[in-house]
Write a protein that binds this ligand. Sequence first.
Ligand code: ADA
Length: 558
Amino acid sequence: MMINRLFDEHEIRPVQSLDGMWQFEALDEKTEVSEMPVPGAWETDPNLASYRGRALYTREFSASGNVRIVFEGVSHTCEVSLDGKKLGSHYGAYGAFGFVAKDLAEGPHTLTVLADNRFHEHSALHISNDYYSYGGITRPARVEALGDAYLRGMHIVTVKKDGVWQAQAELTVKSLAETAETYELSLSLAGAEARTEIRLGAGEEKTVFRKLSCPQAENYCLMGDPDGRPVLYFAKAVLSRDGQAVDDLRDRIGFREVKVSGKDILFNGKKIRIKGFNRHEDYAEFGCAVPLQAMARDIALMKQCGANAVRTCHYPNDPRFLDLCDENGMLVWTEAHARGLSEEQMRHPDFDREEELTIREMVDQDFNHPSIFVWGLLNECASHTAYGVALYKKYIDLIHSLDASRPVSYASCHFDDDLGLGLEDFVSYNIYPRWYKDEPVADNLKAQKAYINSAGGGGKPLIITEIGAGAIYGFRSETMDKWSEDYQAQALREQLETVMSDPDVTGCFIWQFADVRIAAGNRWFSSRPKSQNNKGVVDMYRRKKLSFPVVSEIFHRF
Ligand code: ADA
């Protein structure tokens, strides 16, 4: 059943969707609202358009035996209970999590989720910021029936050796049994198969490594590559006992390698050029719970505009959006959740735990997407202080330990005092000439490159991770007034022509694809017109601004 992906993750494991209308009760504001769609942001209900508080979601489902209840995302803090007994809690709107409940009696069971989008004292990442922290069960949810052991995860790295694709798989199996048991584990991929026996102690979790040689596998190629297509293969793991299949797990992979070589980023040996957009998960009245058809519309619009890459600013995205990127061969810079945190905010008592959690969840859940070419983190945080850069080093090392197959980078705004350029696999900067500073783009870029060369980032690839200007949809100005569509088009033309024609720059992500809602309360952001970040080339409803055809002409030309 396709719930949280664009394909079935299981052919054997029974899965029941929990999507649909749940009972709902806002706890910190009196409202008549008594039910809410899942997935969905509660702000979509006109009575809750700006509700920042707690709400109780309730629904029943029927099951028996061992089950795992999985949420792809609850925004942004929650507590989950089953039949009145707490199963657990979770922080962070953008990471999947699940709880196992064992030996359920046959029949109906009551599931409750207490969701909270307040900027509460333990929230170090969801704060009043230049994007909106919505509320609710904002991504799909499901309940899975498990036996006495299940496949908890599968990570596959693809490497080409002597012209033949190899798949290096890590399979994690978890026992729910009260006794030690022996199972058979099989993995099939691109015509190859491997089998092994695995013994699990009671309740034990074990990761096994299998290598497969896949001589029939074709390269996964990016959009626009004349030598191929984004070919995807299903990797299928099956867990059996005494010859009887008891569980399975499927994922889709692409045979490709990402390498940094000097000042280039190579994808299957070919130098990439980034022509991208930054895209928040935010869509007119859906908030962050963007429905699949709207995700597909965004991909189609970005492709129409000549883009070949997207940056999931500033958090891991819905896996279905990443599946769309995989299918389109659209490069993805995905990013653990954090935006613009000062050293003081990085010293928040819960920051380290919450940042490590979003990093681990990001790598764990998104590992197999071939379109992801880099793991991003800590956008514009305190990489200019000793305390801050020590955390950058800690998290960059953590990500490398979780996945050695992809580069790691962060987008900096510390234009002449960044202490971390030597830590990252390539350098990335957010620059806004012609917007925050009215200076020629060429002068700004020249100065930025000079600093990078002087500060240990010289021999590495450089991506301009943000560049752009604001425009209020519908505001036209022959005198090129700031905030007009005319000014934005003019600024983006100069910005893109300069960046895309610089041989030292791998490319850029325009800030940003679409206008987004921002949270009230922060003096800097809430001064923005319409309480939105208006730097989209389309507005929140995806209505094109004058800049859209300007960007399209340039991106198609490079
Ligand atoms: C920063 C930040 C973005 C956005 C942008 C802007 O670069 O990374 O999230 O806030 O500025 O619009 O000013």
